[in-house]
Write a new protein. Structure first.
Length: 264
C-alpha cells in the first residue's frame, strides 16, 4: 500500500485578513508562535502523514519550507481553489488528502478521514452552527454546507443551500481521494473543464472561479458516490481578522490550561 500524500492549496490572497496578509500568504500568519502551515503539518504528521505538496501563488516566495514539494499557480488572481488544485495534477496519484490552507484542525480529524472507506470522502462537521455565533465578518450564509443521506452520501454541497436547520453539516475544507478516487476526480474535472471553461459551473460564475464544492456537486450529479466523514468540532476556519484573533486567544487559553495542569 502506497503512502498517503498531502496536498495543501495555498495560492489565494487572504484579503479578509487585513494587514496580516499584506506581505505574506494566510498560511504563513503566526498563530501563537507557529505559522498556520506549521500547525497543519504537525497535525498531519501526528496522524502519520509526512509527504507534503503545496500549491502557492500570492507572495509565493514567503512559503519556503524545505520539506514541501511546491507547485506554482501564477494565475491565482484569475482562478479559484478548484483550478488551483489542478496546478498540482501530476502530484495527484495514489492516495491523497487535499486540504485548504486556512483551517486549524487536530490530528484526530485526519485520522478519522484516513479511516473512511469511500474512494472520495469529505470531512463534514455536524456540530457547526455554534461556530457562527458572534462571528460578524463571516456570516453563517457563507458556510460551505452539506446535505447527506442516511448512508452518509453527499446529496447537495455548497453555499446558500437554504435554511441552515435543514443541512447536515459544514464541509471543513478537507477530503481524501484513494487511487481510484483520484482517477475519477481527474477524469470528471478535465471533462467539466473542457465543457464549462468560461461558462457558469454550478454556483460559480465561470469554471475558472469554481470551488471544490462545485466539483463535488458535479460528481454527485453524475452519479458518483461521495461519502461523508462526520465530525463534531475540533477545527476552525481562519477567513478573517476576527477569526485569527479568536483562534489565537483560544490557543493561548489551551496552553495556559496545559501549563497549569502540568504544574499541579
Amino acid at each position: 500500500m502506497s503512502e498517503t500524500k498531502v496536498l495543501i492549496i495555498a495560492a489565494g490572497l487572504g484579503s479578509r485578513m487585513s494587514d496580516l496578509t499584506h506581505d505574506k500568504p494566510k498560511c504563513m500568519v503566526d498563530f501563537h508562535g507557529q505559522t498556520l502551515l506549521q500547525r497543519q503539518m504537525d497535525a498531519y504528521r501526528e496522524a502519520g502523514l509526512s509527504k507534503f505538496a503545496l500549491v502557492r501563488g500570492y507572495k509565493k516566495e514567503r512559503i519556503d519550507y524545505p520539506s514541501i514539494t511546491y507547485f506554482e499557480n501564477d494565475d491565482f488572481i484569475n482562478n479559484n481553489i478548484l483550478c488551483s488544485m489542478f496546478f498540482a495534477e501530476e502530484y495527484l496519484e495514489g492516495d491523497v488528502v487535499v486540504g485548504y490552507s486556512d483551517i486549524l484542525f487536530n490530528s484526530d480529524i485526519v485520522s478519522k478521514l484516513l479511516a473512511a472507506k469511500d474512494d472520495i470522502a469529505i470531512v463534514v462537521d455536524t456540530d457547526w452552527q455554534d461556530y457562527y455565533v458572534g462571528r460578524v465578518d463571516h456570516p453563517i450564509s457563507e458556510a460551505e454546507n452539506v446535505i447527506f443521506d442516511t448512508n452518509k452520501n453527499v446529496v447537495q454541497i455548497g453555499k446558500h443551500l437554504g435554511d441552515a436547520n435543514n443541512v447536515s453539516g459544514e464541509f471543513i475544507g478537507m477530503l481524501k481521494l484513494t487511487a481510484r478516487g483520484v482517477k475519477i476526480f481527474k477524469e470528471y474535472f478535465n471533462a467539466a473543464k473542457q465543457e464549462y471553461w468560461g461558462k457558469p459551473f454550478h454556483k460559480a460564475a465561470t469554471f475558472q472561479v469554481a470551488y471544490i464544492t462545485d466539483m463535488i456537486q458535479e460528481l454527485v450529479n453524475q452519479g458518483i458516490r461521495v461519502g461523508c466523514m462526520p465530525i463534531q468540532r475540533g477545527w476552525k476556519e481562519i477567513d478573517t481578522l476576527e477569526d485569527h484573533t479568536k483562534a489565537v486567544a483560544a490557543l493561548a487559553a489551551e496552553y495556559e490550561a496545559k501549563a497549569s495542569d502540568d504544574g499541579e
